[in-house]
Every structure is written in structure tokens, then in C-alpha cells.
Design a protein around this ligand. Structure first.
Ligand SMILES: Nc1ncnc2c1ncn2[C@@H]1O[C@H](COP(=O)(O)OP(=O)(O)O)[C@@H](O)[C@H]1O
Ligand SMILES: [Mg+2]
Length: 263
């Protein structure tokens, strides 16, 4: 890889140290190192099959690392389970949308939010109903999030009846319900029309500022990535071939050859 920008360690929220993931003989993520700063919008681009989603699966512990370490807020998280990662404040959306299709839009967000309310853990185990006050707060919060993503007038509809772009927004609302510190978005603009893509860009910036988030964004739509991200990492065949500010990455010959040249 060509550019590493030296960083103030106190600002680093997530670090990948020489992480590798193999699937049999295939090295999907190959000795990748990078650091993400607090409050940053960090882009992750590269051709199909480059290892981007695998990287998200590693960070969220859906699959184990083959080698290397992941450090979040100064602590190693490499050995944790997915629910522990979520509880620490790392939430994500999926390239292949994962919603409860038969549940309403509101219910989809409330379920995620329940993960975050303490008494639910206890009442859930004991089979008791949640405290009414908490139930109210959970619903209020869910409605606020749905308002934020522009779905507040459709909260009773089943998630499966939503158009693609709306499902993606619902997934973001659900991830935000976990009150994350880091939000990982896997191709959030896929299936959106140009005007939705433009809105999404502003929306991502807004939620970053409003919730003081750090965002890692996988996205194929190059203008969106270049316009939105503070820094961009480029993967190609599992390897990090460039990392830096958009203007630098855009002019990197290896990136043009591997990725941008095909646009
Ligand atoms: N669970 C898996 N088992 C086997 N191979 C996988 C698995 N997940 C991903 N891969 C392979 O790893 C490579 C990277 O995939 P992926 O991370 O989905 O790429 P991207 O998101 O950049 O398009 C691909 O060759 C893909 O086929
Ligand atoms: Mg992918």
C-alpha cells in the first residue's frame, strides 16, 4: 500500500492490525492494517470480491479472524462474540438486507432497541413484561429514528412490502437504535435512485454529526464516496492498495488500474 497518514493515537477509535481471513485456499482479506479516527467518515472501496464485506464480517465478529488483531477504543475485540461487539457500540447494515419482513417497520426498530434497554435483559429472562415506562421510551425512540430516516408515516407497514431504498433506510434506523459509536454501512445506496443517493449522502453526514458517530462506508457509487468520505481505503484481491484522502486516492495509479479505470 502506498500512503499511510500518520495519526494522533488518541483519535483512533478502531484499528485493524495485520488482519487476514482465509476461506480454504482463498485469502479474502490479506494482512490488512488501517486505523479509523473518531468522527470520521471512512470509505471502503474496491472491485467486487475485493473483501470489503468480509472485512465488516470480521469487525462485527460474524466470522473469526484467521490472523491479526482488531482494537476498538484501545481494547482488543478480536475474541468477542457478535452481541458483545454490538453492546460495545459497533452496529452495521447488510449488503443483503436483513430485516424481519413479516414484522412492521416500527417493530423492526423496537426489537433492535430492546437490545439496548437493561430491564429487558432481566424481564426477558424471567418472562416478565417490560416496565411500562421503558416500553414507552423504547417506542418513542423508535418513532424518532423512523422520523429521522423519513419513514414515520409508514410505521405500521410490513417491512417486506417496502421498496429497496426504503428498506435500506429502515436498516439504518435499526442500526441507530443500538446507539452505536461506529456505524458500518455496507452499500447503503444500492437500489436507490439518483435523488435518493444524493439525499443519502446528506443523511449520512447528518447522523454522523447528530449522534457523534464514526462511519465506515462500503459504497460503489464513486461520486458519493469521493464527496462524502474524509479518507478512503481501497481493497483489491484482499489487499489494501491505497489509503488516504479522496483526492489522493482518486489519482493513485494502482487504484485507477484496479478500480476507477473500470468506471
Ligand atoms: N463465507 C464465505 N465462504 C467462502 N468464501 C467467501 C465467504 N465470504 C466471502 N467469500 C469470498 O471472499 C471474497 C471476498 O468477498 P466479499 O468480502 O464479499 O467481497 P466484496 O464485499 O468486496 O465484494 C470473494 O471471493 C468471496 O467469494
Ligand atoms: Mg460486499
Amino acid at each position: 500500500m502506498s500512503e499511510i497518514i500518520s495519526q494522533d493515537k488518541s483519535k483512533v477509535i478502531l484499528a485493524a492490525n495485520s488482519i487476514t481471513r482465509r476461506f480454504g485456499g482463498l485469502v479474502a482479506v490479506n494482512n490488512v492494517s488501517f486505523q479509523v479516527n473518531q468522527h470520521e467518515i471512512f470509505g471502503l472501496i474496491g472491485p467486487n470480491g475485493a473483501g470489503k464485506t468480509t472485512l465488516f464480517n470480521l469487525i462485527t465478529a460474524l466470522i473469526p479472524l484467521s490472523e491479526g488483531r482488531l482494537i476498538y477504543q484501545g481494547k482488543e475485540i478480536s475474541q468477542l462474540r457478535p452481541h458483545q461487539i454490538a453492546a460495545l457500540g459497533i452496529a452495521r447494515t447488510f449488503q443483503n438486507i436483513r430485516l424481519f419482513g413479516e414484522l412492521s417497520v416500527l417493530e423492526n426498530v423496537i426489537i433492535a432497541r430492546h437490545l439496548h434497554t437493561k430491564s429487558n435483559m432481566i424481564t426477558g429472562v424471567l418472562g416478565l413484561p417490560p416496565a411500562p415506562r421503558e416500553e414507552y421510551n423504547t417506542k418513542q425512540k423508535a418513532l424518532e429514528l423512523l422520523e429521522l430516516v423519513g419513514l414515520s408515516d409508514r410505521t405500521a407497514e410490513k417491512a417486506k412490502n417496502f421498496a429497496y431504498g426504503d428498506q435500506r433506510r429502515l436498516e439504518i434506523a435499526r442500526a441507530l437504535a443500538l446507539e452505536p459509536q461506529i456505524l458500518l454501512l455496507d452499500e447503503p445506496a444500492a437500489g436507490m435512485n439518483p435523488s435518493e443517493k444524493h439525499q443519502l449522502s446528506e443523511f449520512i453526514r447528518n447522523i454522523r454529526d447528530r449522534f457523534n458517530l464514526t462511519i465506515i462506508l462500503i459504497e460503489h457509487h464513486v461520486p458519493l464516496v469521493m464527496g462524502l468520505c474524509d479518507r478512503i481505503a481501497v481493497l483489491d484481491f484482499g489487499q489494501l492498495i491505497a489509503l488516504g484522502e479522496p483526492s489522493v486516492v482518486r489519482n493513485n495509479p494502482a487504484v485507477i488500474a484496479a478500480y476507477l479505470g473500470n468506471e
